[in-house]
Write a protein that binds this ligand. Structure first.
Ligand code: FES
Length: 107
């Protein structure tokens, strides 16, 4: 299990635990934890509703693919540390990270 912190749109932080050996994506963990992530495309890097900002811990993550970057660049608001949560695998590299929710559907 790894632990990381999620910050919601109101700035409330909560620590989450997730299994690092099941090939789950960050988006799946956020949904399972009842965060309001629409994920309408089901994790295909097509909808960008799983937009998050990696506030801390970006260095250890795999780089975004061109498909992911294309989606991010089309967002109305996009930050240097923006990622699609569905493209981030839960693994040791996420231990201690801080993730801020940015999906448009989140109010
Ligand atoms: S779930 Fe659609 S882009 Fe991530």
């Amino acid at each position: 299990m790894i632990k990381f912190t999620v910050e919601d749109q109101e700035g409330t932080r909560q620590e989450l635990e997730a299994p690092s050996d099941m090939g789950l994506s960050l988006m799946e963990i956020l949904k399972a934890s009842e965060y309001p992530v629409l994920a309408t495309c089901g994790g295909m890097a097509l909808c960008a509703t799983c937009h998050v900002e990696i506030v801390e811990g970006k260095a250890g993550l795999e780089k975004a693919t061109d498909v992911e970057l294309d989606q991010l660049e089309n967002l109305p608001e996009y930050f240097p540390n923006s990622r699609l949560a569905c493209q981030i695998r839960i693994g040791e590299q996420l231990e201690g990270a801080i993730v801020r929710l940015r999906g448009e559907d989140v109010v």
